[in-house]
Design a protein around this ligand. Sequence first.
Ligand code: E4P
Length: 226
Amino acid sequence: MKFFLDTADLAEIEEAASWGALAGVTTNPSLYARVGGKLADFPKHIARICELVDGPVSAETVAMTRDEIVRDGRELAAIAPNVVVKVPTMVEGLAATRVLADEGIPVNMTLCFTVPQAVLAARAGARYISPFVGRFDDISEDGLAQLDDVVTAIGNYDFTADTVNGEQVEIIAASIRSANHVAQAALMGADIATVPFGILKKCVQHPLTDRGLEAFLKDWEKVQNA
Ligand code: E4P
């Protein structure tokens, strides 16, 4: 499983990239608003993220019709070669995804909650599909079970004839709220987890690692003073 960072915060991206295990970034309108982003600065901000990370960077369209999504998608894709256009799972979004995919522009189909939505997204040519885990949990549904179903369903078929350049569609476990969500996504075989920075830090840490390290350092001091 690859790790993407789910943020529009440049400092977080810079730090996570320095850890050596970051494969991409996903942003959305809410994440951009959270860092105080302004509309006019959006292309510049995405361009900067694309410089910081060696991998796909999802930038979301907010248009609601096929032609507007396609227009915005083309503009976003022109920002940098590693931009992936994030498109909501809806009828107009599927139609736009087909057009963008046929032009060789990779799409991340977002706000995906069910197996039928995911299979339709794959057939429309999405390069990535983002099933949301945490938002299902928020309404007292089992987000991990839904993710598991999507991973199984997509794994049942070959979508290479549908995607950009014949690549296999990849599942991005999204709306991740805990290190356990990350662990379960990996056990299910999700291709990618897109993780907020705070959760990514928690994924690195364990109290037994801290305790073990402390003991090793103390014992090494004894070795030095022996
Ligand atoms: C996906 O790419 C979205 O940006 C994200 O995972 C949404 O997560 P949230 O439910 O925490 O807003």
